[in-house]
Design a protein around this ligand. Structure first.
Ligand code: JCF
Length: 699
């Protein structure tokens, strides 16, 4: 039997190992519950033996006594900043300057990393123990945020390895503290629920969290850290050998950096990682300038999929000897550059607000903007969605607004800059009649959207319906672009999708910008589009809220167009993903005379292969509704859904009294609770696997 001291020390070692596997290696070896169990055991043992509780115990990540103020820390080596470039051209100029300075004698290798949008901090380890953490401050003097930093789960309280062999008595590691996007979103959700304002972006959230005098608050914020360089490294804290203002010439100072660490920046980062500090997994060693640009493009593409916010890339000359030769200007190294992405937020003004009529009659306000370059493109329009959104923004025409375009996401008006509101700001007034066909408009109760009531009698809705019918995911009609559809409707050559198939080559070739060749192509494209599939046909009708997946579910469930057309509200709701609202939309669509006329017209023209009616044996789960929740480990949720559907089951997104089974994977939340409340049968993932196997489906 181990004594408490030995038990505590053993559990601490185990937890430190699990932390390292999880945060640094990104390869957890045990499930979360095992980690939690050990942590609880440690907390209990330490509570029973308070004398054995040490400051570097992994249990000490919960924050301590609140501070009155932060003290100041003078950095033993200054913390640097980076110069920026915003274009390939300027990046090439940077490389040229570097080469010129080195008399063009050196083949340059670069260490490349994403530029994290967080806060630079310096962590100081003495004899392997984290003793101090400081913000960058002005580069020379920062704030002592040690108690807050100690709550960050991925920052080790002690280094891995052996003092004197793997690291010297003093090691400073520098890097960026940031808040992952998911944590930022969760934090803001919580703030919203409490009626608080929240943070504008993850960087502010990280800064706000580090600025807490009460480290218990910081502990709840889920901050993360990636190391990007070493700071001071040595054997003594004595100030004699270190001159903060002259770091280029430290030849006489006590500098053990070279003794313990490699002469490549990239290799040093790997050493820092081996000491137990997380390093960004995107860091690369690059052999050429072209590879740096490819890296920039690659990271830009990956940006929206990364779990943390970045605003560019950082490129550093990798060879430490060359870094030394290049030195610094002011506070920035000559051997590194931040190659930044175009800003995602900019200011511009709203010149006007116009109203567009969509396929389903929805009248959408669209802001016409003074064109602005943001997120890499010029933006001149932004949707305002509906009246609620305009109220939320408090927007008036001629206001100055913050516009955001992140990645491929459509540009968005984020907020109004009230301070810049001009005297000629005008209220936005919604139309009382359809701006296209002058019919009445309606705003059904409980809906935020104003709609034109004219349906396909409204030219705007007709155009959108035909565009939807010919779009890529529907009939993908070659040679029929949006502009041409508008012209054809305006010229009254067509008014329904069926009319498309009656167009002649002569008619088409009289259109603007249409030669004989494009006319021939279009007619051939239309001919080809006559052969389709039932799912595409259903989707192409443009029924409200019937997307591609729902259309496929309908087709596979009912097998024929006729049975979909005549289906009852109840039978429609037996189809996967179809609830009361969508079912009603389908019923309403097939109630309209003019829709029925178009459908039967198209039925004459278009063909699709029959869908085989499945026998009851093949559809053993017909009439059974499943809800999938939590993380499944043996298959994806989408795979499980397809498998269940192929057996005739309905898979729904929400639990109700009509649900038959809830399959609960890992971390199942509110849906599981609701199932238990309603007394619905809950299946484990294993039970689902068995059920599917019984019907011949394996993973
Ligand atoms: O990711 C960053 N924000 C970042 C900042 C990365 C780096 O490698 C840096 C930095 C600031 C200064 N390197 C230096 C020298």
């Amino acid at each position: 039997m181990l004594n408490p001291q030995e038990q505590i020390s053993q559990i601490q070692q185990q937890l430190n190992q699990y932390n390292h596997e999880y945060y640094v290696l990104d390869q957890p070896s045990v499930p979360d519950v095992e980690y939690d169990r050990l942590m609880q055991a440690l907390i209990k043992l330490e509570a029973e033996n308070p004398a054995l509780k040490t400051l570097d115990s992994p249990s000490q990540k919960v924050g301590g006594q609140a501070l009155k103020a932060f003290t100041q820390v003078t950095h033993q080596l200054p913390m640097l900043s980076l110069d920026n470039v915003f274009s390939l051209e300027d990046f090439h100029s940077f490389v040229k300057r570097v080469k010129d300075r080195l008399n063009n004698t050196q083949a340059l290798v670069f260490c490349a990393e994403p530029k994290l949008d967080g806060l630079a901090v310096s962590l100081r380890y003495e004899n392997g123990q984290l003793v101090q953490a400081a913000t960058r401050g002005d580069g020379s003097v920062g704030e002592n945020i040690t108690t807050n930093i100690r709550t960050i789960k991925s920052i080790p309280l002690k280094l891995r390895g052996t003092l004197g062999k793997d690291f010297p008595a003093i090691v400073e590691v520098r890097g960026e503290v940031f808040m992952p996007k998911a944590s930022f979103n969760a934090l803001n959700e919580l703030a919203k629920k409490r009626g608080e304002k929240g943070f504008a972006n993850p960087r502010n959230a990280a800064a706000g969290s580090l600025r807490q005098l009460d480290s218990k608050i910081t502990a709840k914020r889920n901050l993360a850290f990636y190391a990007y360089s070493l700071g001071f490294v040595g054997n003594t804290t004595s100030s004699e050998g270190v001159d903060v203002t002259d770091i280029q010439d430290k030849s006489e100072s006590i500098d053990l950096t070279e003794l313990f660490f490699a002469n490549s920046h990239h290799a040093r980062l790997c050493q820092i990682k081996a000491l137990g500090l997380p390093m960004c997994p995107e860091v690369r060693l690059l052999e050429t300038e072209q590879a740096c640009d490819a890296f920039y493009q690659d990271i830009l593409t990956k940006r929206s999929g990364l779990s943390y916010e970045i605003d560019g890339t950082v490129l550093k000359v990798d060879d430490i000897a060359l870094q030394k030769r290049l030195g610094f200007v002011a506070r920035a190294p000559r051997w590194a550059i931040a190659y930044k992405f175009p800003a995602e937020e900019e200011l511009t003004t709203v010149d006007d607000v116009e109203f567009q009529v969509g396929r389903t009659g929805a009248i959408t306000p669209v802001a016409r903007l003074k064109p602005i370059f943001v997120g890499g493109v010029t933006v001149s329009n932004a949707t305002l969605h509906n009246q609620d959104e305009i109220n939320r923004l408090g927007l008036k025409i001629n206001d100055t607004v913050v516009i955001r375009r992140a990645g491929d996401v459509i540009p968005q008006i984020v907020s109004v800059v009230i301070d810049k509101r001009p005297d000629n700001a005008v209220d936005i007034v919604f139309p009382t009649r359809c701006p296209v066909c002058d019919s009445a408009v309606a705003k059904p109760e409980g809906e935020a959207v104003l709609r034109c009531t004219a349906g396909l009698f409204c030219a705007a809705q007709r155009k959108e319906a035909i565009k939807h019918f010919s779009s890529r995911k529907a009939h993908d009609i070659d040679g029929l672009g949006d502009k041409l559809v508008e012209q054809l409707v305006d010229e009254k050559l067509i008014s329904t999708p069926a009319d498309l198939f009656r167009l002649t080559e002569i008619q088409v070739s009289t259109m603007e910008r249409m030669g004989k060749k494009s006319a021939t192509n279009l007619i051939a494209g239309l001919e080809a589009a006559k052969n389709t599939t039932l799912p595409k046909f259903i989707y192409g009708l443009g029924i409200r809220e019937v997307g591609e997946a729902t259309a496929a579910n309908l087709a596979n469930h009912f097998c024929t167009l006729e049975s979909i057309q005549t289906a009852s509200l109840e039978s429609l709701q037996k189809v996967s993903d179809i609830g009361g609202i969508v079912a009603k939309n389908i019923i309403n669509f097939f109630k309209e005379e003019h829709n029925l006329a178009v459908v039967s017209d198209l039925r004459e023209i278009m063909n699709w292969p029959d869908i085989e009616v499945k026998s009851a044996d093949e559809q053993p789960l017909t009439d059974q509704t499943f809800v999938l929740t939590g993380t499944l480990t043996q298959m994806g949720r989408a795979e499980a859904k397809t498998a269940l559907q192929s057996l005739g089951a309905k898979v729904s997104g929400s639990v109700s009294k009509n649900t038959h089974y809830v399959v609960a994977g890992d971390k199942a939340g509110s849906k599981l609770t609701k199932a238990q409340d309603l007394g619905i049968e809950v299946l484990t993932e294993d039970a689902l696997v068995v059920l599917l196997k019984e019907h011949g489906i394996t993973f």
